[in-house]
Design a protein. Structure first.
Length: 256
């Protein structure tokens, strides 16, 4: 809803539907977020469901993604990083590192932890600073500066990845990031995030025009919203990004 009045009207429609079909809404899990608003939860508009006031909050976790009223996604990425770190700690408590090969450890990471770290990647990746740097340098054939790799290592998902690599290698957590990537033969997760994003974008384009996701894509395009504007630039990169993030990294390395 674009206005408080329209939001309340939709809530009333929901209330009527629930009453007609004998459905009870769990009010403790039902919250209101006013996107783009500067009001604090104490001064926000009041909304009511079945005569009971709904709590207004600054953010809400929906389908695993923390949605903040400001529209920024950093808090969502940090939340996913925390969940991935907890899963990583659980993995460390479960296995004896010296008893299994690095390949086996990496398989466990890719199966159990990486999906958490990269969850929602198609949402975050187009607007991330590191992605914009990659797009700008590749499109303009500019060399990557010495600050690129440190910047890359500070992304939320890569912090998780590097923590795992250094633990698997048995080295100090402050050891060289480049050394960890090179010794294990693994590449930063951002390249896989780009591939996931582009595949997601291609899949959206093949959906039926009647689907909600396709309607959302049309709205992004017609209003020139940031997600679509950024993903358009990503889509202009080499076709290799659609296929293999490892080869993509090699192309970048040769251009740099």
């Amino acid at each position: 809803a674009l206005t408080p009045k329209a939001a309340q009207k939709q809530i009333d429609i929901l209330a009527k539907f629930c009453n007609d079909w004998g459905i009870e809404v769990n009010l403790s899990k039902t919250k209101v977020v006013e996107f783009g608003g500067l009001r604090s939860p104490n001064t926000a508009h009041k909304f009511y469901l079945q005569g009971k006031s709904l709590e207004t909050v600054d953010s809400y976790c929906y389908l695993g993604i923390e949605l903040h009223k400001s529209g920024e996604l950093r808090s969502a990425q940090d939340s996913l990083k925390s969940k991935a770190i907890r899963a990583f700690f659980g993995l460390k408590r479960t296995i004896i590192r010296s008893k299994i090969s690095f390949k086996a450890s990496a398989t466990l990471f890719d199966s159990l932890i990486k999906p958490i770290a990269l969850y929602g990647a198609p949402i975050f990746t187009p607007s991330s600073a590191i992605t914009k740097t990659i797009v700008n340098n590749v499109k303009n054939n500019k060399p990557f500066t010495k600050n690129f790799l440190p910047k890359l290592s500070r992304s939320p998902s890569e912090k998780v990845h590097l923590s795992f690599l250094k633990w698997a290698l048995g080295v100090h957590r402050k050891s060289s990031n480049v050394g960890a990537w090179g010794e294990t033969g693994r590449y930063p997760l951002v390249y896989q995030a780009i591939r996931l994003t582009l595949n997601f974008y291609k899949r959206l384009q093949t959906l039926a025009d009647s689907s909600f996701a396709k309607a959302a894509l049309r709205e992004q395009r017609s209003l020139k919203l940031p997600w679509y504007s950024n993903i358009e630039k990503l889509a202009e990169l080499d076709e290799i990004y659609h296929i293999d993030h490892v080869s993509a990294f090699r192309i970048l390395d040769s251009k740099g």
